[in-house]
Design a binder for this molecule. Structure first.
Ligand SMILES: [Zn+2]
Length: 367
């Protein structure tokens, strides 16, 4: 049955893509009127609002300023990161086919190595473009802000403006910043501002940031992504725990991509390191058992199998998991079915993971 549904969804997405080619934004609306309907997601007989917390886009003007191109999902799909024309039509068709009501957009940072003036311009262009786009499509999209985290004081200002003035819903950052760990004390002003604003901080890995490790991940199989990305997240979250950052800023709302990398699935080892080798740990840091912090953070559902999602929920709790797809990177094609097929979840759990928790976290409950 699952295979049939996947095939059906692919067929719908494929057909919709062909219908919409060249239609542009106006084409989206007319195509929707023409009867390409959104798949309603129903839990216990009730239509629920679903949220994808992990969806990417790019702002071409920002990449022009950087003289860089946005990373394409595949060699032939560069345009699908855009938010207009055919690419937007394809995105909406895919969301409709997958049963995604609302996507929370983020931009993967590619500006952590540039100077302050350029970084300020890039972030301004991106956040204003995202805000304008979301204002025009508020029934389908929300967005995380981007910040120039290599300049933590500037990042704090950008975060405040993007939340208070532009109406963005949190902030997306990398798993490290030009080789610096997120737990580095120089980032305290940023963490303090995120805590003060109650802003969700979505942590998304990039490269591992270590030349030696990158070298080991070369070769066949995309290891720099397949294991490098979850490893980057694991390292970032572990430092935030073990350096005491989460003790210093206990109100932080952190959401980690890709199920938090490897940390939640093997978190109990983190409790036993300092017990086994106490001489190598600072007394009283962190204040609590490391797994207590893991259980306070949030994770997207991008762990592929029902068994992996069952285990993630068993370790951190259903209240800490939110649906994520990584769109337009084609890692998954049936994110809603993944949650529905996960054993052991109550209807309330399913509704929370599919959208309820994200709507509360991001202040989207009115939608
Ligand atoms: Zn992603």
């Amino acid at each position: 049955m699952r295979t049939d549904r996947r095939t059906f969804l692919k067929d719908v997405a494929g057909a919709a893509g062909l219908v919409f080619v060249g239609c542009g934004v106006a084409g989206v609306q007319s195509a929707q009127r023409a009867g390409v309907t959104r798949r309603p997601v129903v839990v216990k007989g009730r239509r629920i609002t679903t949220v994808d917390i992990h969806a990417h886009c790019a702002v071409p003007q920002a990449n022009d300023l950087l003289r860089r191109s946005a990373p394409a999902p595949t060699a032939t799909q560069g345009s699908v990161l855009a938010l207009d024309g055919e690419a937007l039509a394809q995105r909406l068709a895919a969301m409709d086919a997958q049963g995604i009501d609302l996507a929370v957009l983020s931009i993967n940072p590619n500006w952590y190595d540039v100077d302050r003036d350029l970084a300020a311009k890039v972030i301004s262009v991106q956040n204003e473009a995202m805000a304008a786009f979301c204002a025009a499509h508020r029934d389908r999209f929300a967005a995380f802000a981007s910040v120039a985290l290599q300049f933590p004081d500037l990042a704090a200002l950008q975060l405040e403006e993007s939340i208070r003035k532009l109406g963005l819903r949190g902030v997306a950052i990398g798993g490290s910043v030009a080789g610096a760990e997120l737990a580095d004390a120089k980032f305290h002003p940023f963490w303090a501002k995120a805590e003060e604003l109650g802003a969700v901080v979505f942590i998304h890995p990039q490269a591992t940031g270590s030349a030696a490790l990158n070298n080991r991940l070369r070769g066949n199989g995309l290891l720099g992504n397949v294991i490098g990305n979850p490893l980057e997240t694991t390292i970032a979250l572990s430092h935030l725990i073990f350096e005491g950052t989460l003790d210093r800023f206990p109100g932080l709302k952190i959401c980690a991509a890709h199920g938090g990398g490897y940390l939640p699935s093997y978190m109990s080892r983190s409790d036993h390191g300092c017990q086994t080798f106490p001489a190598q740990c600072a007394p009283g840091v962190p204040k609590l058992k490391p797994t207590e912090y893991v259980k306070r953070m949030y994770y997207d559902s991008l762990v592929f199998t029902p068994e992996a999602l069952r285990h993630l929920v068993a370790e951190v709790g259903a209240s800490q998991v939110v649906m994520g797809t990584d769109y337009p990177y084609p890692w998954v094609d049936a994110p809603v079915d993944h949650v529905l097929a996960t054993p052991g979840l109550s209807d309330a759990d399913r509704e929370a993971i599919l959208g309820g928790t994200a709507r509360t976290l991001l202040g989207l409950s009115a939608l």
